[in-house]
Design a protein around this ligand. Structure first.
Ligand code: NAD
Ligand code: ZN
Length: 358
């Protein structure tokens, strides 16, 4: 299956399917032939779990650099080390970067590609469910000690090749994390699809139906990114569940809780706010919470922090303008909008939320 992504700066495709890596890469021979060398950037866990499959199915000569795993690869130090490696390899503007990993690898590899010699081409080969979101849309970044994703660029890949066979070695926690973003895509776009997802044991999908849901998620993301590449308007909707979610993720120390697990917590919080400003019923939120509990999302994490401990992180959210908190809410399922919320109301809803998840 191929999904076109047409942004104002660049058009490309997401190729998705089970066991498609070799065949899909072969269709990019024209691009590869124009390059002088290929550098694969990956991380320790991905390489340990998937290097054999990768090497057996990558049809071109390549060198590779293995970065520290997960979020740690988004440090300035690692970013510097990768750039040094590229310089030592005499990479030029004609060299091609392959990002082989989850969202963390994709983010740093994309930012390396955006900035090495003012920009060289890159291809995303995502290896997590979450990366159906992060690999599409061209947001690239590294972290600063003062905030996650604070240093980055909008930079689109040449292609995204998404082989769901690679997802079979993910831990349950990572599956859960990634599925939270699939559910987010359903919540902001399509009530029927959401209700279908809510009937499923979402951490135990077979690779066929998983590929179908990922395709739908990518279509939602691609549609939004095509309309608003640089987040001036509708792209903000993709932050549904992320305002409170990011605060929990930051308070726990990145890595303490998986990104999508925190987003699921923030999603229930945003549903409660959506009852106040939209028509999302309390019954729906309770059903949704039950579904999230049954699938193992760690709501107990909330009790580790007081609202006051979360407040500085809520105030740092990139969507805020002039010190006013901005939340993405739902008028109803499938109909997102942005709403300014006072901190005092955030606190009220925080108390309501804590009672609900007790
Ligand atoms: P991740 O990249 O940190 O991967 C999670 C863990 O799973 C890591 O330890 C990784 O090594 C391991 N792993 C990855 N693939 C594996 C596989 N196939 N088998 C076994 N282990 C594997 O996490 P993620 O959830 O994919 O991405 C989170 C990152 O994505 C965050 O840094 C977040 O900021 C970023 N993100 C970016 C965007 C964007 O638009 N650019 C959107 C959402 C999230
Ligand atoms: Zn996210």
């Amino acid at each position: 299956m191929r999904i076109p992504v047409n942004t104002s700066s660049h058009a490309y495709e997401v190729v998705i399917g089970n066991g498609i890596l070799r065949e899909a890469l072969q269709t990019y021979k024209g691009l590869v032939d124009k390059c002088d060398q290929i550098i694969v950037l990956t991380d320790e866990h991905v390489w340990e779990a998937q290097s054999t499959y990768f090497q057996n199915n990558f049809p071109y000569p390549f060198d590779y650099f293995v970065m520290p795993p997960g979020e740690t690869c988004k440090s300035f130090e690692n970013y510097f080390n990768v750039q040094t490696y590229l310089l030592e390899k005499n990479c030029t503007r004609k060299s091609l970067i392959i990002a082989f990993g989850g969202g963390a690898v994709g983010d740093v590899a994309g930012f390396v590609a955006a900035t090495y010699m003012r920009g060289i081409p890159f291809i995303q080969i995502p290896t997590t469910i979450l990366a159906h979101d992060s690999a599409v849309g061209g947001k690239t970044a590294i972290n600063h000690p003062q905030g996650k994703n604070m240093i980055g660029a909008f930079y689109q890949p040449e292609a995204v090749i998404y082989d769901t066979h690679i997802l079979t070695t993910l831990s349950k926690k990572e599956v859960r994390s990634g599925m939270a973003e699939v559910i987010k895509h359903a919540l902001i776009s399509n009530e029927n699809w959401l209700h279908h997802l809510m009937q499923l044991p979402i951490t135990e999908l077979d690779s066929h139906s998983l590929a179908d849901h990922l395709k739908q998620g990518i279509e939602v993301k691609a549609g939004i990114v095509a309309e608003d590449e640089t987040e001036q308007s509708v792209r903000k909707y993709l932050n549904f569940g992320h305002t409170y979610g990011h605060a929990i993720e930051a308070a726990a120390g990145y890595g303490g809780i998986a990104h999508g697990e925190a987003v699921m917590i923030g999603t229930v919080y945003a549903l409660l706010l959506s009852k106040r400003y939209g028509n999302v019923s309390h019954e729906f939120t309770k059903d949704f919470l039950k579904f999230a509990y049954e699938n193992g999302y760690p709501f107990d994490q909330v009790s580790h922090f007081t609202f006051e401990e979360l407040t500085p992180f809520l105030l740092k959210d990139k969507k805020n303008e002039y010190g006013v908190l901005k939340f993405v809410l739902l008028k109803e399922i499938g109909a997102p909008f942005v709403q300014a919320i006072e901190l005092s109301e955030c606190k009220e809803v925080d108390q309501e939320f804590r009672k609900l998840i007790q």
